[in-house]
Every structure is written in C-alpha cells, then in structure tokens.
Design a binder for this molecule. Structure first.
Ligand code: GLN
Length: 283
C-alpha cells in the first residue's frame, strides 16, 4: 500500500465523523510519528510503499480515531510552548489558551526583572505550565502540585524529558490550610467546566479526558478559584501575582470574587476572543 492509498482510506473511513482538514491533519501527525516522515517528504513521494507493520499501526490509530479518541493520546505526546509533552488518558491535553497564560506570566516577570522567583502551579496535570516557565526562567524555584498520582507521574517524566527540575508534590488543594511558603507567583488552571456546559463539548473531550481535571458542580463552579484565592492572601509574597485560567462564561463572578478577597485584577482574552485569563495582585 502507498501513503496516498492509506491517506484515502483515512478520508473515507473518517469522513462522516470529522471535517476533511482535521482528517488530513491526523494523517500527517501519524505519518510523522509512525513513518518519521514530514508532511513535505510525504508530498514529494506520494507513491512510497508502507510496510505491513506500519500499516497495522495506522489501522490501530484509525480504529481509535473512529471512537473519537484524541490524536494526542493516540500518539502519546503533544506540543506546548514549543516543547514536547507526553500525554496519556490520566492527564488533560494542554490547550493553546494555556500557552497564552504562560506567555502573560513571562511578560510580567520580565517587567519585574526578578530572576530568583518562587513559583507555584496548582493542578499541574501534564506539568506544561511549570515546565514551560522553568525553561524560560531557569533561576526560578518552581513547585507544582496535583491531586492525581497518575498526572504527577507523567509530569515528572515531562520535566525529565525537557531537562528541567520542578518540585512536584501530591496534594489536594481543597484540603490545604495554608501554602508551605510565600510565592512570588501562583498560577492555576483548575477544573472550571460546569456540568451544564457538557452539551457543547466535543466527544473526544467528554469520552476521554480526565473528569477531575475538567469539571465542577453547577452549583459551585468557583470552588477551586475561591480556595486558591484565599490561600494566596497569605501565600503570596509582597508584590506577588496570582494568575488564573478562567471560564469564559463566569468572568464577572470570578473577577468579583477575587476582588472581594482584597486583590486588584486584570483580565485578558484568549486567541478566540474569550476572556480566559485573570491576573490578581494584593492591594
Ligand atoms: N479549556 C478546557 C476545555 O475547554 C478546560 C480546562 C479546565 O477545565 N481547566 O476543555
């Protein structure tokens, strides 16, 4: 079988399930991963034969795509902030919006000209936030916590693969009474999707991504934000900053709650035009 024949099989088998562009992008990702061939190489040699072993790897991936499993879990990795991260069903797949949050933190830090920062990431998942920060702030001391043992296992592998040192700890933030020390920066992308928002979510997220990383009860959607904001009152150093990724449908509520705890706030939109990030500083 040639690469073009295989590509056509993908288009045919997945046609009713995904838009054409997306199928082609899956195919390219898989070609890169299984055949170690770039999109350009594939285009230059459309009639190159693929071995049976390779075909069967594509077929396994195709079957998983038919069930709407995210391509990142199938390949086992994804890119975030130009770095490679291992991902598996136990961790949330890093989102491009979160890259924007990392960039905002880096912009603020470079304004402060302060290199020996203490930074804490709460609910780290794959470790994408602290690892990207540490790559750009090598002198910072960065700690990261998560409730999930499985997530921490993957986060540690990611730190190792990206050659940075992060202090990972297992902790349920909701039961924490205080933070272990004062931080210059506290950042969190906690669960914020309400049950009522599930209706508008994609099958791949609903079926495969970890519920503990994503969902909160309709009645108390700011649970994590409120707890973290309270902890930040004592847990932030002088001039320290708190950064949140937030729910676009709960912008006002989130901002008001943070302000009510004695912080001044600033909001930013993501690339899709939704308010997605909040920065807070003690008065
Ligand atoms: N932005 C993610 C999503 O839409 C949610 C991330 C989160 O709950 N922290 O799937």
């Amino acid at each position: 079988m040639t690469t073009t024949q295989l590509k056509n099989q993908f288009l045919e088998d997945l046609g009713g399930k995904y838009p054409k562009e997306e199928i082609l992008s899956f195919f390219n990702f898989l070609a890169e991963h299984i055949l170690k061939r770039s999109r350009l190489q594939m285009a230059l040699e459309p009639n190159k034969e693929i071995s049976d072993a390779e075909i069967s790897q594509f077929e396994v991936a195709l079957a998983r795509l038919k069930k709407f499993e995210p391509i990142q879990y199938i390949i086992g990795e994804t890119e975030f902030f130009s770095l490679n991260f291992k991902v598996a069903p136990g961790v949330l797949i890093p989102r491009p919006e979160t890259e924007e949050l990392v960039q905002w933190i880096l912009d603020e830090v470079s304004l402060q000209q302060n290199k020996n920062l203490q930074i804490l990431d709460i609910g780290t998942g794959s470790g994408c936030i602290p690892i990207s920060l540490k790559k750009h702030l090598p002198k910072a001391q960065i700690s990261a916590i998560d409730i999930s043992e499985e997530a921490l296992k993957i986060a540690k592998i990611n730190a190792e693969q990206n050659e940075v040192s992060i202090d990972f700890m297992r902790k349920d933030i909701l039961s924490a009474e205080k933070l272990p020390l004062q931080f210059d920066i506290i950042v969190s992308n906690p669960p914020y999707v309400r049950e009522l928002e599930k209706a508008e979510m994609q099958q791949n997220v609903l079926r495969y991504e970890p519920e503990t990383a994503l969902y909160v009860k309709d009645e108390n959607p700011l649970l994590f934000y409120e707890k973290i904001t309270k902890l930040a009152q004592e847990g932030l150093a002088k001039n320290g900053l708190l950064f949140f990724e937030i729910n676009q449908y709960l912008v006002e509520e989130t901002e008001t709650m943070v302000k009510d705890h004695g912080f001044k706030t600033d909001l930013r939109k993501d690339m899709f035009g939704n308010f997605r990030m909040l920065k807070a500083q003690k008065h």
